[in-house]
Design a protein around this ligand. Sequence first.
Ligand code: SAM
Length: 286
Amino acid sequence: MVQKAERVAPVRAGNHSQGGAGGAGKSGKPIGNVTRGTTNPNRMRRLDRWLAGPQAWRLRRATDPLVIDLGYGASPATAVELFDRLSAVRADVRVAGIEIEPARVRAAKALERAGLSFHVGGFEIPVPGQPVIVRAFNVLRQYEEADVEAIWSLVRSRLSPDGLFIDGTCDEIGRRVTWVALDVGGPLSLSISMRFGGFVLPSEIAERLPKALIHRNVPGEKIHGFLQALDKAWLNAAPLAAFGNRQRWTAMCRSMLDGGWPVHDGPSRWRLGELTVGWDAVAPSP
Ligand SMILES: C[S@@+](CC[C@H](N)C(=O)[O-])C[C@H]1O[C@@H](n2cnc3c(N)ncnc32)[C@H](O)[C@@H]1O
């Protein structure tokens, strides 16, 4: 069950200057509000392997290899995993876990080590430097849709020039995962990643869409058209099921690409049950 956060007043008021570069909101408090810290080890593995795969160039090229795990939850396990996974890409990576609930930061402090630290804070990201990656998983879904744009804009204002902000959502154990990737200029793409054998139709991912899209899966919205097209391509590829779901998913992705959808990445990602599409193809109507 998702516990809803309250509206985010400093963000709504466009009060970004107070929140930028490590500052807090007008009241001096972190921007955002505490919610239930539900988490599970390994549930962000599908996103992490995208960061350590097609997006690894960002971390490799970064002047300052600073990565933020924003809202890591009741246990810092997934922040530790992010550190371990990205250390394989760049040995001098620094991961800072940020939580708005101070007791969760106190509990995580015992796990600090060279390159891994934990801090109390919110969307203002109160650590010095410009992060190359900010991962916020299962955080924005607890806010109002009307606040998403302003939260995105605040976090984007903290990124390094090649920085990426991930606003993602997943089920309890990370078998159904989606994320929006944004850079300093705005949203770039939507990715979906599903465990083979765990769904009948790919549109079942709809229940795990990020906040910006979850209420938009209705006729007339682009995300609805995208999910309908995915289902059609999946059903058309049914004969390939005899060769395994990996072949079938790959055929679905190729058919989407051939049908003119701006599919990013390629077969090496498709075979993982992943598909990334350009944001313009799914963006909500204003
Ligand atoms: C549902 S948990 C998700 C934990 C973890 N990211 C995961 O997906 O497993 C959301 C966490 O985000 C924290 N949170 C909510 N808003 C926040 C904000 N603005 N800044 C930092 N943490 C925040 C909550 O206190 C909670 O611990």
